[in-house]
Design a protein around this ligand. Sequence first.
Ligand SMILES: NC(=O)c1ccc[n+]([C@@H]2O[C@H](COP(=O)([O-])OP(=O)(O)OC[C@H]3O[C@@H](n4cnc5c(N)ncnc54)[C@H](OP(=O)(O)O)[C@@H]3O)[C@@H](O)[C@H]2O)c1
Length: 408
Amino acid sequence: MASTVNVGILGKGTVGGAFRRLLNERADMVEEVSGRRPRVSGVLSRGTGDFDRLLARSEIIVELIGGTDPALDYVTRALEEGRHVVTANKQLLAQHGPELVAAARKGGAQLRFEAAVAGAIPVIRVVQESLGAIPIEKVFGIVNGTTNYILTEMARSGLSYEEAVAQAQELGYAEADPSDDVGGADAAAKMAILARLAFGAPVKLEDVPYEGIEQIKPDDLAYAKELSLSLKLLGVAERVGDGEISVRVFPCFLYPGHPLAPIEGPFNAVMVESPAITEITMSGPGAGGAETASAVLGDVVSVIGGGSPLFEENAKLRIAKDVEMAFYLHLEVDDRPGVLAQIAEVLGDNEVSVRSVVQRGLGGEAQLIMVMHPVSEKRFAAALRKIAKLKFLRSPPRSIRVIEEEWS
Ligand SMILES: NC(=O)c1ccc[n+]([C@@H]2O[C@H](COP(=O)([O-])OP(=O)(O)OC[C@H]3O[C@@H](n4cnc5c(N)ncnc54)[C@H](OP(=O)(O)O)[C@@H]3O)[C@@H](O)[C@H]2O)c1
């Protein structure tokens, strides 16, 4: 008879509940592939269960509470005491990855977290295990389904940002307080985790500058539609120079044909670029109880099967202080002579070169829509600060990054 592996579950909410059901449903299959039969040894929630007793009778702890308190304490203790841990908790990993790796080493335990990034898409496994031996140049993609849903609806139905958020909340794609998603913090935590894995460098959450989608206006999407561009909230982790990497989150226009352009609604997609493989794109559901639970179960099966993937953080890479990007700039100005010349002068002084300009008159006001060639982000920001002070500006300037590559 196959031996039993006791699995203690922390949390019985959306993912915890779905995982418990899935584990029971798939126990036969897990036994078939791993040679051991999983059994739920207990469940902890705010009102039920005792952590110490659960720990004593579990070989694997599955952490599905979320946040860092008390998850950090529970996970650290479990690892130090030699229990393997599977978690879906991106905040915990992004903020405390190195301590958790140390705890896992101390206890000789495995730490797995496939469900923490891009839900059901096996991106962690691909970056950590499948591509472990080849140098990754860039990992980037749409790692937040809530914002992708909101941007898709703004583009498709012409909804305002507020209307699209309300719709996402009604359908369960956004939480009552969506600030972590729409502000970019959720994506930043996921990108810190991916960057650490891809580059083997100790990227901290504070190293990831992020911007969200709260400032996006229907105008920006109308412009995108005119030029067949798509607007996505992207997370990017890339090598940018000698010994440097850059990890950031920002809204960005994509040209048609880009593999991320057709990813719509609450879906996620991640691309990995390396000279050895050119590029691969993985897409699928980024969240949802059942989808996330399936990624958690995959980790449980891997834990039972052995191996010990951990962060290896030996690379001596610095976080780049500046990178180059192309920008779209939207300005509302007085419609009078000399305005364009003054803006061009500020841009020129900061070595920002303009690729295209469209001007639309609206009575006494004009809209200027400019696209810049790739430029240092710092120089562009300096130019923008100066433009914002020009007297003829009717509202603050709005800029969005553009990925210029055309894909066939
Ligand atoms: N939902 C998704 O689609 C999704 C997708 C990817 C990753 N995740 C991650 O999965 C994790 C769980 O998310 P979720 O959506 O399942 O959360 P959830 O529905 O809010 O469930 C959280 C569970 O944790 C329990 N809990 C909270 N504080 C606790 C404490 N101090 N002690 C013991 N138990 C406590 C809650 O207990 P009570 O039942 O007593 O309230 C609840 O059962 C999070 O890290 C989240 O980021 C979720």
